[in-house]
Design a protein around this ligand. Structure first.
Ligand code: F6P
Length: 372
């Protein structure tokens, strides 16, 4: 009997449990495999902490949010056990053998892909499922969880509309998505946002303010601004360019300096400076401005029907691929069909929104301001 291990790692996302259910039901019910769940991602696997996945474990979880296995941001080479960070690669490799595993399924977003690739390079049979609200993974049209997050965020924009209209305010709604704008763009379009700011298009604050003023002068005294946590203004881009140049002038040699690495980090965090944006817009337009940060609401709760279907399709396909002996790939979907992509083409890669994407064109054509 083939025995497979499964874990969830990185940020949770609606549809993880539905994917586990698809995988588990097909693996045990159709292919006669055994399945072991590891608790809390790689730290659990390193410590051999398992979750019972027999009998009715896969019943009643299709509609539930979160992950029944638990998760965290640990990587095989950096797990935190009892508060102490450590490299657990060797324990993980040992436990793969100890539990007599034929394959390990890693479920999650970019963290899961990076870690699975790392373990694949160390000889393990790994296979992954793309589950993230960010939709930032190459190798699949959509990742599991994205559709639900778009629904939640679009509903939030709907609700914010009535209060913005009543108070004649600008409401800025910040959404997740890391360095990509998929979620904000989709939810912004679906919710009828007037301005959509995404990391792929650094924005000019004045152009946003002018667009809002124009609306206000035409009698629309409210505006909804959807902004990605990773969106960055042109001013910030220029600031970081200057800082990098100054740093390069100061140092010799070609190695990336610590200062430069630090600048990159700061740039990531400076992105999404929604409070700054709100202050600038209020100054410019003299319209009262409020902020709503959707945060973890976008990740919690029951998956949408579309995500349940996708999770079931990919979870069951994953079991079939293991049966066929296909490893070292992420299981995704293209135009409704299951496709596999080698992990080296997924790990450490980010799928950003192409500037000529149809959603961007559509947004422009209905008059959305994208800050450029
Ligand atoms: O990757 C999913 C995500 O929700 C991102 O959109 C967000 O930037 C990040 O995770 C938040 O991370 P954490 O759960 O560690 O706070």
């Amino acid at each position: 009997k083939k025995r497979i291990g499964v874990l969830t790692t990185g940020g949770d996302s609606p549809g993880i449990n539905a994917a586990l259910r698809g995988l588990g039901k097909a693996a045990t019910g159709v292919y006669g495999m055994e399945i072991i769940g590891f608790q809390d991602g790689f730290s659990g696997m390193a410590q051999g902490l398992t979750v019972e996945l027999e009998g009715s474990a896969f019943s009643g979880i299709l509609t539930t949010g979160g992950t029944i296995l638990g998760t965290n941001r640990d990587r095989p080479d950096r797990v935190i056990i009892d508060g102490v960070p450590q490299d657990a690669t060797s324990q993980i490799l040992q436990n793969f053998d100890k539990f007599n595993l034929h394959a390990l399924v890693c479920i999650g977003g970019s963290d899961a892909q990076d870690s699975a690739y790392y373990l694949m390079q160390r000889g393990l049979n790994v296979i992954t499922l793309p589950v993230t609200i960010d939709n930032d993974l190459p190798g699949t049209d959509t990742s599991i969880g994205f559709d639900t997050a778009v629904e939640v965020a679009a509903e939030a924009i709907d609700r914010l509309h009535s209060t913005a209209i009543s108070h004649h305010r600008i409401i800025i709604v910040e959404m997740m998505g890391r360095e990509t704008g998929w979620l904000t763009l989709a939810a912004g379009i679906a919710g009828g946002a007037d301005v959509i700011l995404i990391p792929e298009i650094p924005y000019h604050t004045e152009k946003v303010a002018e667009a809002i003023l124009k609306r206000s002068h035409s009698g629309k005294r409210f505006s909804l601004v959807a902004v990605s946590e990773g969106a960055i203004s042109q001013e910030s881009v220029r600031f970081f360019e200057k800082a990098r140049l100054a740093n390069r002038r100061l140092r010799q040699g070609t190695e990336q300096s610590e200062v430069e690495q630090r600048l990159e980090e700061i740039e990531k965090h400076a992105a999404g400076d929604t409070l700054h944006l709100a202050n600038r817009l209020e100054d410019f337009t003299k319209l009262e401005t409020r902020i709503t940060i959707l945060g973890y609401l976008q990740r919690g709760g029951t998956p949408s029907a579309t995500d349940r279907v996708l999770a079931t399709q990919l979870g069951t396909a994953c079991a079939a691929l293991i049966q066929e002996g296909v490893f070292g790939v992420m299981v995704g979907t293209r135009s409704g069909t299951v496709v596999t992509t080698p992990l080296d083409q997924v790990a450490h890669q980010t799928k950003t929104v192409p500037l000529d994407h149809a959603w961007i064109q559509g947004a422009r054509l209905v008059g959305v301001n994208l800050g450029d």
